[in-house]
Design a protein around this ligand. Structure first.
Ligand code: NAD
Length: 283
């Protein structure tokens, strides 16, 4: 059977299909939430993985895992190797050190997923107030730092090596909030919109070197943090044939895996909205 046509195994089963064998992925924010699911899927497809979070205890914040080391231990099954790295993605030094450590342990990074981020203000929790004219400068800077600046610093640390080796895939996690105007959560929406445009700019810069850069914009998705920080709509929790519901983490991770593998080899500079068709508008 043609390998490209073989089904990809879902969580719980071990696939023999390993299109990412020999590749090294760095997934920021993979200690928990959507990033952890993305890391799991990439490892299932054969990639070695640098599992990253801001601190060793970040995976425990919403009860997912006791520590980053515990996440790395749970993920490192089969042939693929995992290494845990910690640090703030908005710090130049931390980013450079994490990339250096990951590459020393695993080899050159060929897949970078910029997933760390979120709508978290300077003192933790959602910024409040958070409108276009009502916001605190500290909150705005914190949100831009952990989303846009972190994505740009990690890409700057990794993309030149990819360009030198003439291959690589960078996948940025934006949000549907990037695509429409709203009167609340403005700092986050603007930071994610900037990630969308950075995706295009970086794609243009590394295009002739054979490096691909894409983004996905998830709609509401059931990470532990998402569920713990709002009143969820029980109807949107149901998983069935209807697309009018929250996404599962693996539905986001599967689109990332498409962008990481050769199946998307001629796709670059694109933004894929993964929202079950909730937002049916151009751009
Ligand atoms: N869950 C959703 O509904 C949803 C929707 C759209 C976009 N997103 C985006 O997907 C990504 C993952 O979200 P999630 O729901 O899994 O939330 P999450 O809070 O569980 O994951 C975010 C991760 O980023 C890490 N992080 C945050 N700031 C950091 C920093 N400065 N340095 C290093 N690590 C840092 C966190 O510790 C955590 O591991 C985020 O970028 C988020 O904005 C989520």
């Amino acid at each position: 059977m043609n390998e490209e046509l073989m089904p990809v195994a879902r969580s719980g089963s071990r696939s023999l299909y390993k299109p990412l064998a020999g590749q090294v992925a760095f997934v920021s924010g993979s200690g928990r939430g959507l990033g952890r699911s993305i890391g799991e899927v990439l490892m299932e497809l054969g990639a070695d993985l640098a599992i990253h979070d801001i601190s060793e205890d970040a995976p425990a914040q919403y009860g997912e895992f006791p520590s980053l080391t515990a996440v790395a231990d749970a993920m490192a099954t089969g042939d693929a190797r995992a290494v845990a790295v910690t640090g703030d993605i908005s710090s130049e030094n931390a980013v450079n050190e994490m990339v250096e450590r990951a590459e020393r342990k695993l080899g050159p990074i060929s897949i970078l997923v910029n997933c760390a981020g979120g709508d978290i203000g300077a003192k933790g929790g959602k910024p409040d107030p958070n409108t276009a004219v009502n916001f605190l400068l500290d909150d705005l800077q914190a949100v831009v730092n952990r989303n846009l600046i972190g994505t740009m610093l990690l890409s700057r640390a990794v993309a030149p090596g990819m360009a030198e080796r003439q291959s690589g895939s960078i996948i940025n996690i934006a949000s549907i909030a990037a695509h429409y105007g709203a009167s609340n959560e403005v700092a986050y929406a603007c930071a994610k919109a900037a990630i969308v445009h950075y995706t295009r700019c970086l794609a243009s810069e590394v295009r002739t070197a054979g490096v691909r850069v894409n983004a996905i914009s998830p709609g509401p998705a059931k990470s532990a943090r998402f569920l713990a920080t709002r009143a969820v709509d029980p109807l949107m929790m149901e998983e069935g044939p209807s697309l009018n519901r929250y996404a599962t983490a693996s539905e986001i991770a599967d689109v990332v895996s498409f962008l990481a593998t050769e199946q998307s080899r001629f796709v670059s500079g694109q933004i894929i909205r993964v929202d079950g068709g909730a937002g049916l508008y151009a751009a």
